[in-house]
Ligand binder design. Structure first.
Ligand code: SF4
Length: 310
């Protein structure tokens, strides 16, 4: 895999192109391809209420798994939680209004694999709309465990948020990890998460799933680590990277946001190893750049700007 990484480095700037093994997927996915970003649509479904780790920039603690109807939904920007059947019905209505939709995505608002809601939703959607690409975003803790199930219900693209590949850096970003009912903190928890992410990404890539890496860019913590994350991600088989500037919240409320120059530098650093793309909202509906029709489904509400896994 290292040779592949070196050849991508040598090929820059052509490295902004997604590996051709995945173009049949990326060409139909607006969040993975510049071309598809202007003529293909997606519907993002907020169905996952709970999380199994705690990122210090995320104000959500651990939401009740059962709440189907809203209340506080962090960190994804989403207007209300849907039940799996409701989400599948929404896909049907969205397709009637916007036939360009090619992707059904689940990005939160919690972690999509911490509860069974996302896989159940994709099971229904895959039966009823088999031509759609199903797309899932996760922190990666349970990716290896569930990736076969994901593939079975039509998931062909996955986004994994990887904020560091060094436990001593990640422990400053992620304060705890809950795995099989056991809480792990500090570097121990961070190391468990990093190992799980790498195994999950490798297995997803081996199945032919196109993997996008999200990095929350926090200049004071992982600012000098972006290239290291991108390199590790490429070595594991990821296909594209999306760098998301920190939205200062929760424990990081006083941290500075990256400026445009820092962000451009970080993207350039990552581009040595993988193509770089931008992220979407957790409940977006429609073709990027055109009118977002999510308000027809989720209503018009005011939302605090916050991190989205998408
Ligand atoms: S940002 Fe995502 S992965 Fe991190 S604690 Fe919040 S919901 Fe969980």
């Amino acid at each position: 895999m290292l040779d592949a990484v070196e050849s991508v480095r040598a090929a820059k700037p052509d490295a902004v192109r997604i590996d051709e093994r995945y173009t049949h997927i990326s060409g139909r996915h607006p969040c993975f391809s510049g071309e598809a970003n202007v003529n293909r649509g997606r519907v993002h479904l907020p169905v996952s209420p709970a999380c199994n780790i705690q990122c210090r920039f995320c104000r959500r603690a651990f939401a009740p798994v059962s709440a189907p109807d809203g209340g506080e939904q962090r960190p994804g920007v989403s207007a209300g939680l849907l039940r799996p059947r409701e989400a599948a019905d929404l896909v049907g209505r969205a397709l009637e209004l916007c036939p360009e939709i090619t992707v059904a995505g689940i990005a939160g608002p919690g972690d999509t694999l911490a509860t069974g809601h996302a896989l159940e939703t994709f099971g229904i959607i895959h039966r009823e709309y088999p031509d759609l690409i199903n797309c899932l975003s996760t922190n990666g803790l349970l990716l290896e465990r569930y990736v076969d199930d994901m593939f079975r219900v039509g998931v062909r693209t996955v986004t994994v948020t990887v904020n560091a590949v060094d436990p001593l850096i990640l422990e400053r970003i992620c304060s705890r990890v809950i795995l099989d009912g056991v809480k792990y903190e500090r570097a121990e928890g961070a190391a468990i998460l990093i190992d799980a992410q790498k195994r999950g990404i490798r297995k997803a890539a081996a199945l032919g799933i196109l993997v996008k890496i999200n990095i929350v860019f926090i200049p004071l913590i992982n600012g000098d680590h972006i290239g290291g994350i991108a390199r590790a991600a490429a070595e594991c088989g990821a296909g594209i990277i999306n760098i998301i500037p920190l939205i200062p919240q929760h424990e990081f409320a006083r941290f500075p946001e990256p400026d445009c120059f820092e962000l451009a530098q970080a993207r350039e650093e990552a581009e040595h190893y993988l193509p770089v793309f931008r992220h979407c909202r957790a409940d977006a509906v429609g073709v990027p750049g055109r009118e977002d029709i999510s308000s027809l489904f989720y209503g018009q509400r005011e939302f605090e700007q916050t991190f989205s896994h998408g």
